[in-house]
Design a protein around this ligand. Structure first.
Ligand code: ASP
Length: 583
C-alpha cells in the first residue's frame, strides 16, 4: 500500500497509529543523531523523524534522500515536543520505521517553495515543478471550483452545456484566426474558433433555449499580460430574451461566484453606465470605479486667456487628486514623465495646486489668475489641499491619456485595493467602429449584434452614431465579459453585412448557413461570454491570467516547456498539401 493518509491529514487524535504516507521530499535535515524529513503532497506537509540510536540503518537511508525524491514512509504518529502552529499537521510527527524510495529526483532547477528562487522563464520551462508549489496550485484549485460553481448555477437555471466543434470555418470576431490545414481536402483549411458564436446562435434556432459551455477559444493576436492565444470562456446564449434578462441572469451568476469563491456579498444592483458616459468620465469602456476622480471637462472655461496650447485644444480635461497639493516638484516631474511616455503620448502635464491656505500654485500661473483657477477648482469640486492635473489635445487621445493618468493616481493613492470589487455594466456600445487602415466600418462587437431600434434610422446616414444592444461586464477596470442581443432576421442581417463592406456573394459564402437558418424560425436571442481566465485571476487577486492556467504560453505565444510552435517534417508538409520547398 502506498499510503494510509495524505500528507495534510494527521492530527493529535492520530497519535500512536501506524501510518504510511507517500509524497515528495520537501527537505531532509540531518542533525547528527536525528534526521528530519518533510514529506509533501498536494494536501500538505508532514514531518518524519529518523533516529540514529534506535535505527541507524534507516537513518543512514534517510540522510541520502535528495530534494523531490518520491518516497513512501511508514511509522508511528507521535505528539511533537515543539509544535508548529503554522502547519495543519504541526502537532504531530511520525517516527519512521520503514522507508521506500519510489522514484529518485534530479536536483530541481529552482526551490519548490512559495518564495522560490526560480525566474519566470525557468518556472515555465519546468512548469510541472512549478505546479508543485502550493501557491501556484491553489490558483488552479480555485479555478476548478469556479468551474463547478458556474456549472451548478447555470444548470439550475436550465442551461444545457453543449460542445461545439473546434475545427470550424473562420468566425469574424475581430482577431486573426488560427488555421489548420486539411490533409483530406488539399488546399483547404479549418479555422479554430475565436468563439462558438455562430454555433450558439444556431442552437437557439434549434430550440435549445438556454446554452452554455466552458470552452477554449483561439485568437491570433499580439499578446499582452492578460491575453493568451488560447483562452477559456464561459459562453452563453438565451432565446426569447431582452437585454435586461441577460444582464440580470449573469449579474446573478457573478454575485453567486463572489459569494461562493470569495465569501463576498454584493447586495446591490450592478451600476449600468452607457458607453458614451464611460468614455466621457473615465476615458475608457472599462472604467475602474473603485475610486472616483472622474474627468472634468474644462474645454469651455479654460479658454480665452491667450494660452495658445489651451486655446487651440479640442479638449481640456482635468482630474482632481484629493489631498495631493503637497506633491513635490519631483513627484510632479515623475507624473509628467509618466504621461509623456510613448505608450501614453501626452505632450505635457499641467498642474494646479489648491493649497491648504486657499492659494493656488500652478504651472500656468503666467496665464491664469487665482480667480480663473478658482473657477476650475469649482468645476472640479476641488477643496483646499487638492491637486488638479490637466491634459489637453484632441479629444480622443486626451481622454485615453487622462484615463492612464487617473489609474496611475489611483494606484499611487492606494485606491485600487485588490480586495475591493466594483462590478458594473457598460451598455449601449456603438454598433460600428471606423477603421482608419481599411477605411471602412467594422462591427465593434461582431456582425451579429443588433442595432438599437431607436437608432436604426441612422444606419444609412450616420452609421457611426448607431448604438447597439451590446454590453460588457466590467470589474475593477477589467473587461470580464461581453455580449449582445442578436439580429434574428435575414434581411437585417444581410443589411448589416452590407454596411460592413461584404458583397452579397461574400456574405453568402461566409455566412450562408446562418442566413439560411434564419429562414426557418429564429427566435429573438442574445448572449454573453465571460473570460474564464480573467475572472479566475480576479478572484485569485493576481494581475496575469497566466497564473491561473496550468500550462500557459509566454509573451511570444510560445510554450517553452514543450517547445511549441515548432517546425514539422517535410513529409508532413507535403501530406498537408502545403507549398513547401527546401532551399
Ligand atoms: N462571442 C462573443 C465574444 O466572444 C460573446 C458574445 O457575443 O456572446 O466576445
Amino acid at each position: 500500500m502506498y499510503r494510509t493518509h495524505t500528507c495534510g491529514e494527521l492530527r493529535i487524535e492520530n497519535v500512536n497509529e501506524t501510518v504510511t504516507l507517500s509524497g515528495w521530499v520537501q527537505k531532509a535535515r540531518d542533525l547528527g543523531g536525528m534526521t528530519f524529513v518533510d514529506l509533501r503532497d498536494r494536501y500538505g506537509i508532514t514531518q518524519f523523524v529518523f533516529n540514529m540510536e534506535t535505527n541507524a540503518e534507516l537513518c543512514e537511508q534517510a540522510r541520502k534522500l535528495g530534494r523531490e525524491f518520491v518516497v513512501a514512509i511508514t511509522g508511528k504518529v507521535a505528539e511533537r515536543e515543539s509544535k508548529n502552529s503554522k502547519m495543519s499537521t504541526g502537532d504531530v510527527e511520525i517516527i519512521a520505521e520503514k522507508l521506500e524510495v519510489l522514484s529518485k529526483s534530479a536536483l530541481p532547477p529552482f526551490t519548490i517553495e512559495d518564495d522560490t528562487d526560480g525566474g519566470d522563464e525557468l518556472r515555465m520551462k519546468y512548469r510541472y515543478l512549478d505546479l508543485r508549489r502550493s501557491c501556484v496550485r491553489e490558483n488552479l484549485v480555485m479555478r476548478h471550483k469556479m468551474g463547478i460553481e458556474v456549472r451548478n448555477y447555470l444548470d439550475q437555471l436550465n442551461f444545457i452545456e453543449t460542445e461545439t466543434p473546434v475545427l470550424i470555418k473562420s468566425t469574424p470576431e475581430g482577431a486573426r484566426d488560427f488555421i489548420v490545414p486539411s490533409r483530406m481536402n488539399p488546399g483547404e483549411f479549418y479555422a479554430l474558433p475565436q468563439s462558438p458564436q455562430v454555433f450558439k446562435q444556431l442552437l437557439m434556432i434549434s430550440g435549445f433555449d438556454r446554452y452554455y459551455q466552458i470552452v477554449k477559444c483561439f485568437r491570433d493576436e499580439d499578446l499582452r499580460a492578460d491575453r493568451q492565444p488560447e483562452f477559456t470562456q464561459i459562453d452563453c446564449e438565451m432565446a426569447f430574451v431582452e437585454q435586461d434578462d441577460i444582464l440580470n441572469t449573469f449579474e446573478g451568476l457573478t454575485k453567486n461566484l463572489f459569494k461562493k469563491l470569495k465569501n463576498v456579498d454584493i447586495d446591490y444592483d450592478f451600476p449600468r453606465m452607457d458607453y458614451a458616459t464611460a468614455m466621457e468620465k473615465y476615458g475608457s469602456d472599462k472604467p475602474d470605479i473603485r475610486f472616483g476622480m472622474e474627468f472634468v471637462d474644462l474645454s469651455v472655461i479654460a479658454k480665452g486667456n491667450d494660452f495658445k496650447v489651451f486655446d487651440e485644444a479640442e479638449y481640456i480635461g482635468a482630474v482632481c487628486a484629493e489631498g495631493c497639493a503637497n506633491y513635490t516638484r519631483k513627484q510632479l516631474d515623475k507624473l509628467t514623465d509618466f504621461v509623456k511616455r510613448p505608450q501614453i503620448g501626452a505632450k505635457g502635464l499641467v498642474y494646479v495646486k489648491y493649497n491648504e491656505d486657499g492659494s493656488f500654485k500652478s504651472s500656468v500661473d503666467k496665464f491664469y489668475s487665482a480667480e480663473d483657477l478658482q473657477k476650475w477648482a469649482e468645476a472640479c469640486n476641488a477643496k483646499p489641499g487638492d491637486l488638479m492635473l490637466i491634459l489637453v489635445g484632441d479629444k480622443k487621445s486626451t481622454l485615453s491619456q487622462l484615463c492612464e493618468l487617473r489609474l496611475e493616481m489611483g494606484t499611487q493613492l492606494g485606491l485600487r485595493d485588490n480586495n475591493v470589487f466594483k462590478p458594473m455594466w457598460v451598455v449601449d456600445f456603438p454598433l460600428l467602429e471606423w477603421d482608419e487602415d481599411s477605411q471602412r466600418y467594422h462591427a465593434m462587437h461582431h456582425p451579429f449584434t443588433s442595432p438599437k431600434a431607436e437608432d436604426f434610422h441612422m444606419l444609412e446616414t450616420e452609421p457611426g452614431k448607431v448604438r447597439a444592444n451590446a454590453y460588457d461586464l466590467v470589474i475593477n477596470g477589467v473587461e470580464i465579459g461581453g455580449g449582445s442581443i442578436r439580429i434574428h432576421d435575414t434581411d437585417l442581417q444581410a443589411q448589416m453585412f452590407k454596411h460592413l463592406g461584404f458583397t452579397d456573394e461574400e456574405a453568402k459564402a461566409q455566412f450562408g448557413f446562418l442566413m439560411d437558418a434564419f429562414q426557418y424560425g429564429a427566435p429573438p436571442h442574445g448572449g454573453i461570454a465571460f473570460g474564464f481566465d480573467r475572472l479566475a485571476s480576479l478572484f485569485a487577486g493576481i494581475e496575469s491570467i497566466r497564473d491561473v492556467i496550468a500550462f500557459p504560453k509566454n509573451n511570444s505565444g510560445r510554450d517553452v516547456m514543450i517547445d511549441s510552435p515548432s517546425t514539422i517534417a517535410d513529409e508532413q508538409m507535403v501530406e498537408l498539401g502545403l507549398d513547401y520547398r527546401k532551399e
